[in-house]
Structures are given as structure tokens and as C-alpha cells.
Design a protein around this ligand. Structure first.
Ligand code: ATP
Ligand code: MG
Length: 504
């Protein structure tokens, strides 16, 4: 059609109809604009001094626009023009290794980013026909998660818990563990302190995460509009990579603060407050974001986008409004318990309340085999621990079960910022299954945990590679591992005979 047009017609620029209004009021990042009679929700507008805005509501009197920039530079009476497009953000490969703000502008002082494309912020999620079932695991390097609450590529798993219980740490460990696994990570920080964000970025840089990371940050001091758009922008940047057939992991830290900022904005927009003063469309706010995760069909590139949203609870109350909304729109939750955290069981994952609805379907055969009864064993141990507080004398059998539970607990704990390789996890749980660790005292168990991987690597250099590649406990692997354990315990015995304190 295009080529059949005469040359003169081709050169005529397309006509854009612009409406012009003027600012009637501006406060707290929201401008009320008169005169935009045919504006639509999500439309891009520009103020007289070049600052952009987005239409978020209108009534008979005026249009309500969120200001995407410094509101101090906008004055009452300024001219406002509309564009015939929705608000879009730049996306592209050049975003890797960069830190951008809530509207996709670089804030790391490394200069501008050349975009490959522009994606709408509120991009529609892929439809059912464009999706495929989730079949691949996303390994987090956290033993409790990989063995008992496995996450699949394309899944949404909520991290929920009180303040300071290690929510961010879990997400960061998952990001660190994607090193060398060909997964692009997007870390979205909204509404928190900028200092905390910088310290996390520092740790991530140390861990060599930046080549595959995009950080989207709009801390508490940023304009409300930026904080509101931040998670959607992060999702749009992730979508670019997903559409190119890549695996993407997006962390939203955290959505409670995102809901607060939306409530604040809605109250300023004079929308009717509903439950807990949140506006009526608060469920839609997060559900339209959550449905953008998933796995695309092979014909569409086969990319996946996994979401790890974080939400904060107040005194362990998971029935709060925002919290229960998010539980209902994700495929499982990792519930962190303050009591466990203070007991020293870290990561403080409550295995009774945590679940992954994609479940064991995505686990590799070795994890499936080693992890099948762990949850039950751990639940029994916790129950017994509770009962033994009342009784003083225990039977021989009960003592044995207690010892086994303690060993399991010892294996499950791990420090943050040190995710484990798949082979390391398999070796530890294989040792637990073989019931050889009960003889160890807690310090000796800690030493076993930290030494066994290097010990195996030294003794059987090719074994680690075989386990990583196949993820299977073949007869060859188990025989080799048994040999390693025998050697380890022989060495331990020799050290004990020498009176080495750490060994005992
Ligand atoms: P906030 O509510 O402030 O967002 P949070 O729930 O995200 O907190 P983190 O910031 O991840 O919690 O962690 C809180 C503290 O607990 C940090 O000092 C962190 O180092 C420590 N911590 C978290 N996980 C572990 C762990 N597995 N082992 C030891 N310390 C941990
Ligand atoms: Mg946190």
C-alpha cells in the first residue's frame, strides 16, 4: 500500500492532533489541568518547560496528571500539550549493568543509555494462547527453597514477612545465584531508603552481579509518580529481554510501600477511600503487574519472566489487605518468621506457611529424590521440640529422632550473600540421607558444611561437573560420594586423634 502512494504524499509528515490546556493546581506530584477535553488514561502530556506527565484520571472539570520530574518547576497557568501516545519507557540491552530511576532514566552517573526500543509502561500481559506450562527450575542457591519450596522459571513467588527478617536477603541471594546461568535480573527498589539501596548495590557489585543486572530505583525521596511507576517500568525492561527469548528474574522490593504511595496519590486525587483507606482499584494495581510474569511459547521465543515480589507484614499478620491480595495473585509464598530469625534459624523460612504451587514438578531428579520427605521430617522435629519442652525424659528412639532433626536444621541454615551451587546442595543432602552426620557436634557439622564441597572437588575433580550437568544421583555418583565421605571421616578421625579442637 505504502509504495503505491505518490512521492509527494509520502513526504508529508503525519498530522498529530494536540490538545492544549493549562495547569490549574500542582501539589505533591499531581497537577490538575484544565482544557484537555479528550484526554485518555495513561496518555503522555508535556508541560511548558519540557517536563513530561501522565494522565491518571479526569472528571468534568479537569484532568489529573502525575508529574514525571521536578514539580517545583511547574507553575499554575503553564501550558500543557497532549501527545497521541501512551507513556512509554526506553528498554534495551544497554540497560544491563546500569541503575535507572522509576521512569527509566540513568542515575548512576555513567551517561545516557541508548535505547533499543520503547515499551508501554502498562504493557498488556501475554494471553493464555501465548503461554506454555512452566517446566524449568530457577535455582536460588538457598537450600530450603531449592529442596522444599522450588521456584520455576516464569513463576511468581511472594516473599512475605515482618520488618528485618531477611526478605531482601533472600531475593538478593537468588539474584547472585543466577551468575553464569544466563538469567537476566532486574532489581526494583521502590519506596525504601536510598542508603539501604546503595549498600545492597555495593554488595551486588562485589559479587560480580552487574553484567546481568538492571537496577530500577525510586527511593522514598523520589517523586510519588516515579515510585508508583517503578515496578511497571522494571517489568517493561524485563519484558524486552523475555521477548528476545531470555530468562528474566524480577525482584520487587517492596510492594507494601508501592501500595502506600498509590493510596497517598489516590487520596490526593480525591478518589473515594475504601478498606484501610486504599482506593477501590488497589487489587487491580498489583494484579495487572503480577500477570505479566510467565513463560512464552517456543514460537514466541520461549522467554520466561519470574517475579519475586516482596511484601511486609505487621506483627506476622498475613491476613492484611495488601498482603492477602498478593498471596491470592501469586503462585506461592515464602513466609519469613521473626521468631525463627531470632532463634538463629536463618533464612527464617516458616515451612508450615510457605508453599510453592508449581512445586516439585520443576525439580531435577536428584533434588526430587533427596527432598521428598524433608518437609515432613522437619515438621515432626519442630513438633517434638515443642513437646519435649514439657517432658524431661525421652526414649531412645525419640532422642535419635531429635538428633536427626537437629542435624537437618543445621544443614538448612545458611548465611546470606552465600548461595550454594546445585552440586553442593546435593552433596549435603545426600550426606543427610545416608545418616552419617548425626555423630557430628554442631561446630563439626558447620565445618562439614563449609569444607565438604572443596574436599570433594579436590578428591574427585570431575564429580562436581557430572552432578551439575545431570542433576541425577546415578550409581556412579553415589559410589563416588560414598568414597568421599569415607575419606572425610577418616581425615576427621585423624584430626581428632591429634586433638584438633575444631574437628571435635
Ligand atoms: P526490611 O524490613 O528493612 O526490608 P528485610 O526483611 O528485607 O528488612 P534484610 O535487610 O534482608 O531484611 O535482613 C535484615 C538483617 O538480617 C540484615 O542485617 C541481614 O544481614 C540479616 N540476615 C538476613 N538473612 C540472613 C541470614 N541468612 N543469615 C544471617 N543474617 C541474615
Ligand atoms: Mg528489605
Amino acid at each position: 500500500m505504502e509504495s503505491s502512494k505518490p512521492e509527494t504524499i509520502k513526504n508529508i509528515p503525519t498530522l498529530e492532533v494536540k490538545e492544549v490546556g493549562y495547569v490549574r493546581e500542582v501539589k505533591k506530584g499531581i497537577a490538575k489541568v484544565k482544557g484537555l477535553l479528550s484526554c485518555i488514561y495513561g496518555q503522555l502530556v508535556e508541560f511548558e518547560n519540557g517536563i513530561k506527565g501522565m494522565v491518571v484520571g479526569f472528571n468534568l472539570r479537569e484532568a489529573q496528571v502525575i508529574v514525571l520530574g521536578e514539580e517545583r518547576r511547574i507553575n499554575v497557568g503553564d501550558k500543557v500539550v497532549t501527545f497521541s501516545e501512551f507513556f512509554r519507557v526506553p528498554v534495551g540491552d544497554n540497560f544491563l549493568g546500569r541503575i535507572v530511576n522509576g521512569i527509566g532514566e540513568p542515575i548512576d552517573g555513567k551517561g545516557s543509555i541508548i535505547a533499543s526500543d520503547y515499551y508501554p509502561v502498562f504493557k498488556e500481559a501475554p494471553g493464555v494462547m501465548a503461554r506454555e506450562p512452566i517446566t524449568e527450575p530457577l535455582l536460588t542457591g538457598i537450600k530450603v527453597l531449592d529442596f522444599m519450596i522450588p521456584i520455576g522459571k516464569g513463576q511468581r513467588e511472594l516473599i512475605i514477612g515482618d520488618r528485618q527478617v531477611g526478605k531482601t536477603s533472600i531475593a538478593l541471594d537468588a539474584v547472585i545465584n543466577q551468575k553464569g546461568r544466563n538469567v537476566i535480573c532486574i532489581y526494583c527498589w521502590t519506596g525504601g531508603s536510598h542508603t539501604a539501596f546503595e549498600s545492597f548495590m555495593h554488595r551486588l557489585k562485589e559479587k560480580g552481579v552487574f553484567p546481568y543486572l538492571v537496577a530500577v530505583c525510586s527511593s522514598a525521596a523520589s517523586p510519588p509518580a516515579e515510585q508508583y511507576l517503578c515496578p511497571y517500568v522494571a517489568a517493561s525492561i524485563g519484558e524486552y529481554f523475555m521477548c528476545k527469548g531470555k530468562d528474566v528474574l524480577v525482584v520487587f522490593d517492596d510492594l507494601t510501600k508501592h501500595a502506600w504511595i498509590y493510596r497517598q496519590m489516590s487520596l490526593l486525587l480525591e478518589r473515594a477511600p475504601g478498606r484501610e483507606a486504599y482506593p477501590g482499584d488497589i487489587f487491580y494495581l498489583h494484579s495487572q503487574l503480577m500477570e505479566r510474569a510467565g513463560r512464552l511459547k517456543a514460537e514466541l521465543g520461549g522467554g520466561t519472566m519470574t517475579f519475586l515480589p516482596i511484601v511486609e507484614t505487621l506483627q506476622g499478620d498475613i491476613t492484611g489487605y495488601i498482603q492477602s491480595n498478593l498471596v491470592s495473585m501469586t503462585d506461592g509464598q515464602i513466609y519469613l518468621n521473626t521468631g525463627l530469625f531470632h532463634e538463629g534459624f536463618r533464612p527464617a523460612i516458616d515451612l508450615g506457611l510457605s508453599v510453592s504451587r508449581i512445586g516439585s514438578r520443576v525439580q531435577c531428579p536428584a533434588i526430587k529424590e533427596l527432598g521428598k520427605s524433608l518437609r515432613l521430617e522437619y515438621a515432626r522435629y519442630r513438633e517434638m521440640l515443642r513437646l519435649t519442652k514439657l517432658r524431661t525424659r525421652l526414649s531412645e528412639e525419640a532422642l535419635e529422632r531429635m538428633k536427626r532433626g537437629q542435624t537437618l536444621e543445621g544443614i538448612l541454615t545458611q548465611d546470606n550473600f552465600f548461595p550454594l551451587q546445585l552440586s553442593e546442595e546435593i552433596i549435603l543432602f545426600y550426606a543427610y540421607q545416608r545418616k552419617i552426620l548425626e555423630v557430628l557436634t554442631p561446630p563439626a557439622l558447620e565445618k562439614f558444611k563449609s569444607d565438604i564441597f572443596d574436599f570433594t572437588k579436590h578428591l574427585q575433580p570431575r564429580l562436581i561437573e557430572t552432578i551439575e550437568k545431570k542433576g541425577e544421583l546415578t550409581a556412579e555418583v553415589t559410589t563416588a560420594l560414598e568414597g568421599v565421605f569415607v575419606e572425610y571421616f577418616k581425615k576427621l578421625k585423624r584430626a581428632r586423634a591429634r586433638g584438633d579442637a575444631a574437628a571435635s
